[in-house]
Unconditional design. Structure first.
Ligand SMILES: [Ca+2]
Length: 615
């Protein structure tokens, strides 16, 4: 076992990076690979090998949803194995919801700095100027792959393969609708059809990526981002005749869990089996000792069967909404059975991985995270961050409604709905040392602590939000490759007394209920090159409502389309609406009701723009 102190470790990194470059120059990587192929012995891994990194994250798994957390019913032997063979970060914090945590992981910055502010409505897009950990690790010679959920941008330029990942197989949105034979998946920018169950598919892709990278003699950064156990909680019944999902579900129903909880536990159980397969694969390749494996989740849990006394769930700023499981295994560096109570955060991964890979984080912007490497030692410190901060509001950053701050001992927080005007009376102060369940509000007894924490929070909030515009990015309309761009309903802003947006799993969302002349939806576009663009509309309209006129307008240019019938308003069909000229640069495309209709114009599912080649 090799244990380095922090100061020595930094020097070691310089040395190992230099060695790696020298290996490249001398063409000796094949020899290194051959040594690794020879098995998991002292020759297969040396301290000078750059560590591989496998970052495994689940979606909506709570701190309490593992066996090692004390949960008496869930079965997670692989997750527990990572914990017992390495370091448990007992007070590791994610953001309250999905996309914000992912932006923090990728950038090392609080998500509000990145322009991302939502999980839908186009607000789940990480700013184009951000530098990701994948880009940095590529600079250090790593091959990079992401398998599973991205949720940081769906349009070209914002997809994983545009943000530093050599290989991407997964989905852009916050969730997908089908887990068996899953739809809504893409491979390096192209939609793909798939067979099988989603957790297996992502794991298989990660395994294959590791194999190819290992054979090429490169270190790998493999981000395996399971979409389970996020809703809609679809079990694995894809193996007809051997319904593994049913067996697992039955196991948890037999333990007395209600059906909702049994489904969530089954999804986690299935993920755990796949993590076990991946760990075994690392063993088989002989690279486990020099592979840093992280297991964590992206926000608080949604399960409620057993919470170990913790308060709150996903999306709240109670501990149950923001504390996540976090285990780190790296046999060359970390002794088994280590535990740290230090305040740690999802924003710490970028500086951590930069340090282990020997590459500098960006120096031209604030990096909020701090490297965790100093905790990867015997008897790890319980000191890291002075404060952890929590904030989440779906529509725009807000320092008053749903927020929290903790110095480890004391925590000040507030959770109120949009219908409530938040005041100081809604604040709650908890002594986490003596009241970890966050039951006893000490706000009135500890005014100085309240003032100190609120002051620190507001200072932080101002810092991370200043000079940043929070609205959907302009959708890039590129002529590169002559590809189509689909304008999704959730990215529109809409005006009118009746018009509304209906969220229905992203690909089935609609703009609907519009019927008065002038009611409209507008998309903000960035047009790369002026020209004519073919317009295709996907919508549903029942026969008795057909015949209305939809007007499309971009600057001075207009197009009208008479709405046609589909069999029902819920069945979408694609209609050619003609073409419209779009000037280069920043443009707005507005769809509106040209003439009032009795009920609704249509249920508009998408508008697709395709550049028309000019001779
Ligand atoms: Ca999540």
């Amino acid at each position: 076992m090799i244990i380095f102190q922090q100061r020595l470790f930094s020097g070691f990194l310089l040395t190992h990076q230099t060695c790696f470059i020298a290996l490249l120059a001398c063409g000796l990587l094949q020899a290194a690979e051959n040594r690794q192929d020879s098995g998991n012995d002292s020759l297969s891994q040396t301290p000078s090998d750059p560590p591989n990194i496998v970052f495994i994250m689940t979606d909506d798994q709570g701190y309490w949803d593992t066996g090692v957390a004390g949960n008496p019913d869930i079965e997670t032997p692989s997750m527990d194995r990572i914990a017992s063979e390495g370091l448990q970060l007992q007070r590791y914090y994610a953001a309250p919801v999905c996309a914000p945590t992912r932006a923090g992981i990728m950038t090392g910055r609080h998500y509000l700095r990145t322009g991302l502010y939502n999980t839908r409505f186009g607000g789940d897009t990480m700013g184009i100027g951000e530098v990701t950990i994948a880009q940095l690790l590529k600079q250090a010679g790593y091959r990079t792959g992401l398998f599973g959920k991205w949720h940081l941008g769906k349009y070209p330029g914002y997809q994983p393969q545009d943000r530093g990942f050599d290989e991407f197989f997964g989905h852009y949105h916050g969730h997908i609708e089908r887990y068996e034979f899953p739809d809504q998946l893409h491979h390096n920018g192209t939609p793909v059809k798939t067979r099988g169950y989603v957790s297996e598919l992502f794991t298989d892709a990660a395994r294959d990526f590791i194999d190819v990278t290992h054979r090429a003699g490169k270190p790998f950064f493999c981000a395996l981002m399971f979409n389970a156990p996020h809703s809609p909680w679809v079990l694995d019944t894809s193996h007809y005749g051997q319904p593994e999902g049913d067996q697992t579900l039955t196991k948890y129903l037999d333990k007395g869990l209600p059906i909702r909880e049994a489904r969530i536990y089954s999804l986690i159980d299935r993920v755990d089996q796949n993590i076990g397969r991946l760990l075994q694969h690392l063993d088989n390749l002989g690279v486990a000792d020099n592979t840093l494996v992280v297991f964590t989740s992206d926000n608080g849990g949604v399960s409620k069967h057993w919470k170990g006394g913790m308060n709150g769930n996903k999306a709240s700023t109670y501990e149950g909404g923001v504390r996540a499981p976090c285990f780190v295994r790296w046999p060359n560096r970390i002794d088994p059975g280590q535990v740290s109570m230090a305040l740690t955060s999802h924003i710490d991964w970028l500086p951590t991985f930069c340090e282990v890979a020997g590459v500098e984080p960006p120096a031209d912007r604030p990096i909020d995270g701090k490297s965790l490497v100093h905790l990867m030692s015997q008897n790890p410190s319980d000191s890291h961050h002075d404060y952890v901060y929590h904030t989440w509001d779906r529509y725009s950053p807000n320092p008053d409604r749903r927020w929290g701050i903790s110095d480890g001992r004391w925590k000040l927080m507030c959770v109120v709905g949009n219908e409530v005007v938040a005041t100081e009376k809604n604040w709650r102060l908890f002594d986490l040392k003596n009241d970890p369940e966050e039951k006893k509000n000490l706000r009135e007894q500890q005014p100085q602590t309240v003032n100190r924490l609120r002051s620190a929070f507001t200072k932080w909030f101002h810092d991370v939000t200043q000079d940043i515009e929070y609205r959907p990015i302009r959708i890039p309309i590129s002529t590169d490759g002559n590809f189509e761009t689909e304008l999704s309903p959730s990215w529109a802003t809409w005006q009118g007394d009746h018009i509304q947006y209906t969220f229905d799993g992203y690909d089935w969302d609609t703009i609907d209920s519009w019927k008065e002349s002038g009611e409209s939806a507008t998309w903000r576009l960035e047009i790369e090159r002026a020209g004519n663009y073919k317009i295709q509309l996907s919508y549903g309209c029942s026969p008795q409502h057909a015949g209305g006129i939809l007007s499309l307008r971009a600057g001075e240019h207009r197009l009208a389309h008479q709405v046609q019938a589909t069999s029902t308003s819920e069945q979408f069909a694609i209609f050619e609406a003609g073409s419209i000229w779009l000037d280069a640069g920043e443009q707005e495309l507005t769809a509106s009701v040209a003439e009032s209709v009795p009920t609704e114009l249509m249920r508009l599912n998408s508008i697709t723009l395709t550049p028309i080649e000019t001779p």
